[in-house]
Design a protein around this ligand. Structure first.
Ligand code: HPA
Length: 249
């Protein structure tokens, strides 16, 4: 928003960015990022105290409240790395976010990874990301922040949630036409597939902030199983709590 204050020739700019309408001070340094804006609303209403809507530009809802007295924002990222990259860039560069934790779903890629299990993404392999343009021939290895990862592992163990820690695959497509590539992923121990974490990790590395992806297995590429919609909320709740514990450990 542009507005005039004092000297009529001085134009001040509030903190609104192109895609986030929150004002200065309305975004916490710790941001949880679900892909789905309605999951942001549900998580804020369920886990935060005094949550208030701080962004609704393009319907990509963001809420800020507190958890155990700590300020937290839960901001939707949209689906896929180009969308996440817009929100994460603006959160880090314009609003000063320092800890960004993706909370989302993934498709299981190992026989021992079950529906409802939690996956903590230590690394995120990918065919391409929005950062490819700057990495060019370099195969950069996007990885999680160790402090967040180890704290999330402890929180998951304390909750008794079946948890897997290792590499995931951040794909550009949900409707994948490369079964051969998925086979190679499974063969190389990749735990699950989603569509955002690799670029979040790239951006965190570039801007020296902390990032982690905490994922719930919602479907399985090997078995074709899928989490029934009525069970999604409870399973996703574990993931939100693990993310919050890890941010403030
Ligand atoms: N592919 C990509 N992203 C996903 C999937 C999947 O099977 N499941 C949940 N997120």
């Amino acid at each position: 928003m542009l507005w005039r204050r004092g000297n009529p020739w001085t134009i001040w700019r509030s903190k609104m960015t192109v895609h986030i309408g929150a004002k200065d001070g309305e975004i916490a340094q710790t941001v949880l990022m679900p892909g789905d804006p309605y999951r942001a609303k549900w998580a804020a209403e369920t886990f935060l105290q005094d949550a208030r809507l701080v962004n609704e530009t393009r319907g990509m809802l963001g809420f800020t409240g507190t958890w155990n007295g700590n300020p937290v924002t839960i901001q939707g990222s949209g689906m896929g790395m180009p969308s996440l990259s817009i929100y994460a860039n603006e959160l880090i560069r314009d609003y000063g976010a320092k800890t960004l934790i993706r909370i989302g779903s993934c498709g299981g890629m190992q026989p021992y990874v079950g529906i409802r299990d939690v996956v903590l993404a230590m690394t995120a392999s990918t065919l391409s990301t929005p950062s490819r343009g700057i990495f060019k021939e370099l195969n950069f290895a996007p990885c999680a922040d160790w402090g967040l990862l180890s704290a999330a592992a402890e929180a998951a163990e304390a909750k008794g949630v079946t948890t897997h820690i290792g590499g995931i695959y951040s794909s550009d497509v949900f409707y994948d036409e490369r079964p051969d590539l998925n086979e190679q992923m499974t063969r190389h121990g990749i735990l699950g597939v989603e569509m955002e974490a690799a670029e979040l990790y790239n951006l965190a590395a570039r801007h020296s902030v902390r990032a982690l992806a905490v994922l719930t297995v919602s479907d399985h590429l090997l078995t074709g199983e899928a989490l029934p919609s009525e069970e999604r909320e409870r399973s996703f709740g574990d993931m939100v709590e693990i993310a919050l514990h890890s941010a403030f450990a």
